[in-house]
Structure formats: C-alpha cells, structure tokens
Design a protein around this ligand. Structure first.
Ligand code: PLP
Length: 428
C-alpha cells in the first residue's frame, strides 16, 4: 500500500479543484455510480490503481493504446525524443516521417496536417470543407461523435426536422443552424436532404464505423451511397477515423469498406498515447489550408516532436508485427470465447465487433445500426455488469454506450479471464 491515499481520497481531493473531479466527463463514473479508480501506473494489458489493485484493461485510454500500456519501444522513443528537446515550433524530421507514413498507409491521402486532438482534427477538416466548397451547411448523424467543437455538439431536433439543437449549454443556437442531423442507415433521409439543400451542403461527416454510441455497424452500400450523393452535389465526404484510423487496418475503415472520403480525420492511435490529431485529403483540397491557401489553421504544439515519435513508433511496430492481422485474430478469439457465454445468459446480450473494437449490446434482435434503435433500458442492466466485472478486476468503459478495445498486449489468457468473469456476472 505504501501509505498512499485511496482512490476515494484522491477523488475527494480532485473534486475540490477539478470540475466533477475529472478532466473529461465520462471518467467520473456518472453513468455507473460510485467513485472512479485512480490510476498510478499501467503496463501491457493492465492498469494499477493507487491502492495497488491490478485491473485487466479493455478501455485502452478510450482507444489510443493499440499496443497496450507503456510499450517499451514507444516509451524509449518518447524518452529519446524528449532528450533532443520537447518542442521547437519549427519543422522537424519526425513530423515529416509520420506524415509520409500516414499518407502512405491511408488510401487516397496526399497531404496531412497534424494537430493535438481529435476535436481539432474534425473542427479543422470542417473548416477546410467549408473553405473549399464555399458552402456553410454540414451534415452529421445522430450517434456519431466528432469531438466537442461548437458546430458538432448537436443533437437531432424533434420530429422530422433535421435542424440541430445544441447538445451542450454554451453553444449558440445560431451556430448549430449550420449543422443538419440525420439518423444513420437512412437513405431516404439523406436523399431528401440533398434534394432540398444539396447545393448548400459543404460536407457530410460520419464515423464510417460509428463507435461512440455503441458500435453501429453500417452497410457498405449505405457508405457507398453517401460517397455517391456527396460527389454528385459537389459536397465533401469526411470520414472521422479518430477511433478507426490505424486501428481497423493500415488504411482505417476506408480501406476496410472500400469507400474513399475526400477528407479523413485521425486521433487516438496516431499519437501512440500522446496528444496527436490529424486531418488530410487530396493535394487539391488540402492546398486550401494556410499558408498555401485562405483557410486558417495553426497550433503551437502541432507536430510536436515527442508526440510524433510516439505515433511513428506505434505505426512502425504495427506494420512490423503484422499488428492489424494479429488484432483481427484476437477479435475472432474474443468472439469464440464470449459467444457460448452470451448465448446462455439470462437476458439478451450480444457481442458486436469490428476488428479490435467490440461492444456488449444489451438488447435482443439484430444489432442496431442507428442510435434510435438502441434500447435505453440497457443502462440499468449495464450498471450491474460493469460493477460485476470491476469486482473481478476487469475494467471496461463506465457506460453502456462505450466500446471496448483489444490491444496487442492482450493474450489468450486475458480473453479467457474476461469470458469467465462475464459468464459469472451474466448468470448472477
Ligand atoms: C475521440 C473522438 C473524437 C475527439 O477526439 P479528442 O482527441 O477526444 O478531441 C472525435 N471523433 C471521434 C470519432 C472520436 O472517437
């Protein structure tokens, strides 16, 4: 114990100086109750709380840690880079090397700009789309999350209205008038919208594998339809690959589904656990961006050499070790382990999976493809599952609507442990 404060003690301290005790809301355990565990260390597939409790981790810091925690090579790359200085505010070789890698791996990408978070990436990609097309309207889908930029913090209006409402206080209604919200998996909705407003729409933004409101797998034909209709109307298609990019494969979801966007945004995995985001597209579109073009975008720490080193090393390891294939195998293994357990559970539960992203879907019938099809009563059941797993030292995200992540640090024995614990929890 080394005389450390407990998680609860720390959290009480945190609440005095941090709003809600956290720096990102979902960490506060609001949806599951109780007080969050405070972490002092993490390595491989495990995190260690300040009490010295080891938890098998499927949160992976919400997606970035595709190699697991504190991968020795990534840690070394960070240490070595920081020895050479932590920021220059000037071009450096490693940012060029990571840009080359990203452009090489992601289909159709010619130029990329680095930022410091996924939020900045989507915010800036939308600015580029508006600058490039000279149009203002943006279409997004309910159930997709694109970070917390004002124009994207919106929810669908009531009824058939597609005009958005702010989903956060502090966002002027006038801002979100430029954002239209549609349900996923709805061709008629998008067709009608483009019929009415097609010449004013700058871009359609979507998570091609929506993973922020459960895992809402889309038909490839629907994504192809979005590709076709945006092209026909001179609007851009933006794939928000902040979760899926460099996780579902070297070419992200775009490569997996065979649909190429005009702009793609990245975050999470691309920074190898440090704060990095990026957005990119064709030379033609990206040349809108300052200093080449009129769309302003900048960042004091953008292309930060330490963060770039972490991202580059992560991608190099994934390539070298055939990481994406290994993760797919792990995903299949998880499915095999969980399937019999889920099938014999008392209440409906299924596993929705895409590569190394998985979601426990607590409802019967076929897996939902849009947020509107998710059964909200799952939240109560989820609380029991979450606390049951946690009491068995397994950490999943504290919300029924968050996905889980596999990393290369997960081994067969970890999946066995997860399956056994889940089996016990679902029977009890
Ligand atoms: C996490 C996420 C973001 C926001 O990224 P931050 O780094 O948290 O700002 C944007 N889009 C998607 C799809 C995400 O999952």
């Amino acid at each position: 114990m080394n005389g450390e404060l407990s998680s609860e003690d720390y959290f009480a301290r945190a609440q005095r100086v941090l709003p809600g005790g956290v720096n990102s809301p979902v960490r506060a355990f609001g949806a599951v109750g109780g007080s969050p565990l405070v972490i002092r260390r993490a390595r491989g597939a495990e995190i260690e709380t300040v009490e010295g409790r080891f938890l098998l981790d499927f949160v992976a810091s919400w997606g970035p840690l595709i190699l697991g925690h504190a991968h020795p090579e990534v840690v070394r790359a960070i240490a070595e880079a920081s020895q050479r200085g932590t920021t220059y505010g000037a071009p450096c070789p490693v940012e060029i090397a990571l840009a080359e890698k990203v452009v090489f791996l992601y289909p159709g990408l010619q130029k990329v700009r680095f930022v410091s978070s996924g939020t900045e990436a989507t915010m800036s990609a939308i600015r580029v789309a508006r600058g490039f097309t000279g149009r203002d309207l943006i279409v997004k889908f309910s159930g997709c999350y694109h970070g917390h930029a004002d124009h994207l913090l919106v929810s669908a209006g009531s009824g058939l209205a597609t005009f958005a409402q702010p989903s956060s206080a502090g966002v002027p209604a006038a801002f979100v008038e430029q954002t239209l919200v549609l349900p996923l998996d709805d061709r008629n909705g998008i067709d009608q919208l483009f019929r009415e407003k097609g010449d004013r729409i700058a871009a359609v933004i979507i998570e091609p594998v929506p993973a922020n409101n459960g895992l809402l797998l889309q038909h490839v034909a629907y994504l192809e339809h979005l590709r076709e209709i945006t092209r026909r109307h001179g609007a851009l298609l933006i794939f928000d690959e902040v979760i899926s990019g460099f996780r579902l494969g070297p070419g992200g979801a775009a490569q997996r589904v065979g649909v190429l966007p005009d702009l793609a945004t990245f975050g999470k995995v691309i920074g190898g656990g440090l704060p990095v985001g990026a957005f990119g597209g064709s030379e033609e579109i990206m040349s809108c961006l300052a200093p080449d073009g009129p769309v302003y975008q900048a960042g004091t720490l953008s292309g930060n050499p330490v963060a770039m080193a972490a991202g580059l090393t992560t991608l190099q390891i994934l390539e070298r070790e055939n990481g994406w294939e290994a993760l797919e195998q792990l995903g299949v293994m998880l499915e095999e382990r969980l399937q019999p357990i889920l099938a014999s559970a008392r209440d409906a539960v299924s596993l929705v999976r895409c590569g190394s992203i998985f979601w426990l879907c607590l409802q019967g019938g076929s897996a939902p493809r849009c947020a509107e099809a998710i059964d909200a009563s799952a939240e109560d059941r989820f609380r029991g599952i979450f606390s049951g797993l946690l009491s068995r030292d397994i950490s999943i995200a504290p919300s029924a609507y968050e996905v889980g992540f596999l990393s290369l640090a997960h081994e067969e024995q970890h999946l066995d442990r997860f399956a056994k614990a889940l089996g016990e929890v679902l029977q009890s």
